[in-house]
Ligand binder design. Sequence first.
Ligand code: NAD
Length: 254
Amino acid sequence: MFLANKLITITGAASGIGLSTARILARRGALLSLADYDKDRLSKAHSELTGLSSSSANILSTSLDIQSSPAVNNWIARTSKHFGKGIDGCANVAGFHPLWTPKNVQDISDEEFEQVMSINAFGLFKCLRAQLQPGVFNEKGGSIVNVGSVSGLIGFLGDSAYVASKHAAHGLTKSVSKEAGSRGIRVNAVAPGQTNTPMVQAMAANKGVLPTPPVSLGREGQPDEIAEAIVWLLSDKSAYVTGSIYRVDGGMLE
Ligand SMILES: NC(=O)c1ccc[n+]([C@@H]2O[C@H](COP(=O)([O-])OP(=O)(O)OC[C@H]3O[C@@H](n4cnc5c(N)ncnc54)[C@H](O)[C@@H]3O)[C@@H](O)[C@H]2O)c1
């Protein structure tokens, strides 16, 4: 199988889209280095994934906050050392949506804006910087997939901090793809529409969720449906795709 024995890192691996991605890759025999800042959920995910993989030695889990440069740098260095090989792919999935009720820009505090940008934009930058250091990737190259959002493509009422952070994620993807292409490293993003994950469930429970926009397929997405696109972009099946932002949104923007 084309992903067997490929070394893939995943942030946000303890929940939702990141966990779905990890499940698909574990079943296909990939070597996985998982990261998340939710220790308890990560430990549960680790147990489940070792059961799906052919060997428990194929899964390494690290609890970390992507806002910390030293933690991210150590995790990436430890990953290659642990598996004794260069990284083949990275799924940068970790992200944060504030639970607040939609707020117009004049009502957002510095702290609220900074928290969203610090994870979704600055944290992603820290991951990419660590992953693209010389000698980290397999010398033949590989693939990085960032998770952006339809909120990185258009504006939404009352959600400007998250929208700004996801536009930044898409901008990083496009620029970094130009820098990494000569090394055979492809960099793409998946832009999900509303997807049924703990993040969206928590927003709904908090009544902070925005009205579901009209979607051609008439339903929200499932995490597996987003994960399949991530896995395709990680694999050699997408060998000529880089710098792209792939909408997986049920036709929301059409
Ligand atoms: N669910 C949706 O509707 C939707 C839509 C568009 C984009 N997205 C994006 O998809 C990605 C995954 O979201 P999800 O819906 O699966 O949410 P989720 O909350 O189920 O999973 C996100 C995971 O990221 C982890 N995480 C958050 N901040 C972190 C940090 N600073 N360091 C380390 N780990 C951190 C969380 O602990 C969690 O396990 C996010 O980037 C999100 O913005 C989600």
